[in-house]
Design a protein around this ligand. Structure first.
Ligand code: ADP
Length: 467
């Protein structure tokens, strides 16, 4: 036997339809029950009004001059007219004693069930298969010792018939309505879930090697539309991340290969013939330089990987930022002097921040290092630090060549270097700014850049005071 799933009954579709039918069924059942009870009440209330009217007619002219009832119905022509009229309207009217003995009556009074009331009022009494509605009231007689009741009754069979017919209609109509509801529910659920099927098919067709496919939903921006759009956006992000990872692997291999090829070449040349001790020493010094570069590269990569995966343990404390920047500038001073670059300090005093000392030194040193590296001889570098609300803003501006706008959006990507620097074998690997950005981000801050070709560049670090 084929399972429901094989039959194409997406279980959600089936579940939605069943829930729908169940809720409609329950609502209809409650509503029908309410309707039934309401109708029963109002039909009985209507019978009661009729009984009351019949009673009023039956009791009229029953009393003698003293206001007493004789214990039987008068034999006058007027009263016989009333009796005939009430009999035709299928009432039973009788006078009974407190022991239930029928003294007199007319209409269907013989069919009325024997029932002696305790108090005046209405009652429903069952006799055999028929229900009767009775209205009883005590009547005064000349004889104080005997108590008489005047009772007017009517069969409730017509009420029962109306109710039975309603019950039948409910019983027949309910399954029909539920069937229609089920079909309607199925249609609605299929319609609503159709775009989801398309999303599923697209998701199934997407493999790690082809992240270019999109759902391209064209319908209205309802819940399903938003799901499709969110899915497409997620694919965009995944594709971007995937491309970044691929580029990263290619760049990292390339950066590792360059020094390794240089080392290999140097060793081959040195080994090609016998060398003097001085020549061997020179070769080793050259190799040391390349190995240093490799160590720097792998340390940077490790740092970035740990930072990104959250494995890096920060030892945060409250730091006086003004003092920290002073120390970093002091360290950079000799390098700047060598290139006749003027370092200008504009640091507000008493700025403090909650962060990791080593990481923050690394962040500012990277930026200052770049500024010195790219500022021509005789240029100027300004380090400005100010408090801006709950943030501290540090701007490092130089009078270097500037960076053209097309590079700015990629500057903080790993291994990204401006074209002109790529050919330089002495330059960094393009990780400095990526590391600086990650450190600022890990401290809840931002790193941004403004640059104008020929005028200089400003890197701005914005860090929250509380880290
Ligand atoms: P690297 O370690 O190779 O310098 P970075 O990530 O620090 O790499 O910098 C990436 C690129 O940004 C560099 O190749 C350089 O062209 C550019 N750059 C960084 N700082 C400056 C600056 N102050 N002025 C001009 N260009 C800069």
């Amino acid at each position: 036997m084929r399972s429901l799933r094989q039959l194409g009954w997406g279980t959600l579709r089936l579940r939605l339809t069943l829930w729908y039918v169940l809720i409609v069924g329950l609502s209809l059942l409650i509503f029908s029950g309410y309707l039934y009870l309401q109708l029963e009440r109002s039909l009985i209330a209507q019978t009661d009004v009729e009984l009351r009217l019949a009673y009023a007619q039956a009791v009229a002219d029953l009393e003698d001059e003293d206001g007493n009832n004789p214990g039987s119905f008068p034999n006058t022509e007027d009263y016989q007219n009333i009796a005939r009229h009430l009999s035709q309207a299928s009432f039973g009217v009788r006078i009974i004693t407190s022991q239930g003995k029928v003294v007199d009556g007319f209409g269907k009074y013989r069919e009325l069930p024997t029932w002696v009331p305790q108090v005046s009022g209405y009652a429903t009494v069952t006799a055999g298969r028929t229900d009767w509605r009775l209205y009883s009231n005590q009547i005064k007689t000349g004889n104080r010792l005997s108590v008489y009741w005047l009772q007017v009754g009517q069969s409730l069979s017509s009420v029962k018939e109306i109710l039975a017919s309603l019950y039948e209609q409910i019983l027949l109509g309910l399954p029909l309505v539920l069937l229609l509801t089920g079909l309607g529910g199925l249609f609605l659920a299929s319609r609503a879930l159709r775009p989801i099927n398309r999303i599923t098919q697209t998701a199934q067709a997407i493999s790690a090697n082809d992240l270019t496919r999109r759902i391209g939903y064209q319908g209205s921006a309802d819940e399903v539309g938003r799901l499709a759009i969110t899915f497409d956006r997620m694919l965009n992000r995944l594709q971007a991340a995937f491309n970044r990872e691929r580029r990263f692997t290619a760049d990292a291999s390339h950066e590792l290969r360059t020094p390794l090829t240089a080392i290999k070449g140097r060793i081959s040349v040195t080994l090609s013939r016998a060398r003097t001790a001085l020549e061997y020493e020179n070769t080793l010094l050259a190799l040391e330089h390349e190995v240093d570069r490799l160590i720097r590269l792998s340390t940077d990569l490790l740092f970035l990987a740990r930072l990104e995966q959250g494995f890096l343990r920060f030892s945060r404390s409250t730091l006086v930022l003004s003092d920290l920047l002073d120390t970093i500038l002091e360290q950079a001073q000799p390098l700047a002097e060598m290139r006749h670059i003027t370092l200008i300090e504009d640091i507000a005093s008493g700025l403090s921040i909650y962060g990791d000392l080593d990481c923050l030194i690394r962040l500012f040193l990277n930026l200052l290092d770049n500024a010195i590296k790219y500022t021509p001889v005789g240029g100027e570098i300004t380090v400005q630090a100010t408090a801006q609300g709950s943030n501290i803003c540090v701007a490092i501006s130089d009078t270097g060549p500037g960076i053209s706008p097309e590079h700015l959006p990629h500057l903080f990507e790993r291994f990204y270097r401006v074209e002109a620097d790529r050919s330089r074998s002495t330059g960094g690997a393009g990780l400095g700014l990526a590391i600086a950005w990650e450190i600022a981000y890990a401290h809840g801050g931002t790193l941004s850049v403004q640059s104008q070709l020929g005028a200089g560049t400003t890197f701005t670090v914005r860090l929250p005071v509380d880290g």
